[in-house]
Design a protein around this ligand. Structure first.
Ligand code: FMN
Length: 327
């Protein structure tokens, strides 16, 4: 049974990828993931905020006033380099110890740093780079056009500056999801990951403070991913990686039938252990065997909305079938 596939132009033994998270910041765990059958690994993101935090933590002795401005800048740059270097050292070690592709990941908020960091990821030997661009349009002053412009600027700059494949990881906050995803896929990037899961907000009612809800997804969240993969996979000019809500091998099969090139898992590894990757791969192979498929291309996208079909018609038929049966 051949589960190999191409993703971002890279050869993968399996379409099941370990998504970016704390577990993929540890090379021993990455080795375990490869042994359990991960097709590739997306390393924990470098967040620009994390670098700034490191700078603040390590430069408290130097006041950033006019008098000390130069030395502060110097030390801040040094601390930033040091934090990043540790990350790139980890990537270099992962590249030495793994045979599967190692994909870097960044999340910045200042325009210049997207570029600075991206070049460093390429130099560290990453096989590709996933840009975590899950923008939450918090500010009332931010229009859909502003969000679109941010994507365009960053993608255009990085495409010209690095030669490794680029994928972007998006959230679900778009006013016109289908149109935006298709336009992004036309920008010369190699892939789009749908979707990042934003940290959810909660309230501690005793202390009356805002807190974070659980970081982990639940299996019901698969359905939203599935919907958009099915709608878009045949309408994009780049690969599509599905993320959020994948727990079982059946979920992997569903997303491949909907047209995903790869399927990412994170919460499932936290909840059920890295060994789950083995079960997911075995389950996928078992299903392929039962259905008489020898390779993934024989069934990938079988249930996707076809390039010339209207998603509204295809999905409305499903919806009406359901209501026709219950009325
Ligand atoms: C503990 C934790 C840490 C994460 N860290 C990152 C990260 O550094 N970069 C990133 O792009 N996504 C990060 N994610 C999001 C995951 O990559 C993934 O998109 C999300 O959890 C949904 O997939 P899942 O349902 O398989 O968990 C993190 C998720 C978790 C649970």
């Amino acid at each position: 049974m051949d589960t190999s596939t191409k993703y971002l132009g890279l050869d993968l033994k399996s379409p099941i990828i370990a998504g970016s998270c704390g577990l993929t910041a540890d090379v021993d765990k990455m080795v375990e993931m490869e042994q359990a059958g991960a097709g590739a690994i997306i390393v924990k993101s470098v967040f620009e905020e994390q670098i700034i935090y490191d700078i603040k933590k390590n430069t408290h002795v130097v006041a950033p006033t006019d008098n000390y401005g130069d030395s502060y800048e110097y030390i801040a740059a040094h601390v930033a380099d040091d934090s990043l270097n540790k990350h790139f050292q980890m990537i270099r070690e992962a590249k030495k110890r793994l045979t599967i592709p190692v994909i870097g990941s960044i999340n910045c908020f200042s325009y210049e740093n997207w570029l600075t960091y991206a070049i460093k990821f390429q130099e560290a030997g990453c096989d590709a780079l996933e840009l975590n661009m899950a923008i939450l349009p918090y500010e009332i002053s931010l229009s859909a056009d502003d969000v679109e412009r941010t994507f365009t600027q960053i993608i255009n700059t990085l495409r010209k500056s690095i030669s490794i494949p680029i994928s972007i990881k998006v959230g679900t906050y778009f006013t016109d999801m289908a149109k935006q995803m298709q336009q992004l896929s036309w920008m010369g990037i190699q892939g789009i990951t749908m979707f990042n899961k934003s940290v959810q907000v909660d309230v501690d009612i005793e202390n009356m403070t805002l807190t974070n809800a659980s970081f982990l997804s639940n299996p019901d969240e698969l359905h939203n991913t599935l919907r958009w993969v099915a709608i878009l996979s045949k309408k994009m000019r780049c690969d599509l990686s599905a993320s959020t809500g994948v727990y079982k091998s059946d979920d992997v099969v569903k997303l491949l039938l909907a047209g995903a090139n790869t399927v990412q898992v994170v919460s499932c590894l936290y909840k059920n252990g890295i060994g789950t990757l083995r079960e997911l791969n075995e389950g996928l192979k078992g299903w392929m065997e039962r259905k008489g498929f020898e390779n993934i291309n024989q069934f990938r996208g079988k249930l996707a909305v076809q390039p010339n079909d209207k998603a509204s018609v295809a999905l409305r038929t499903q919806f009406m079938k359901y209501f026709a049966e219950i009325v």
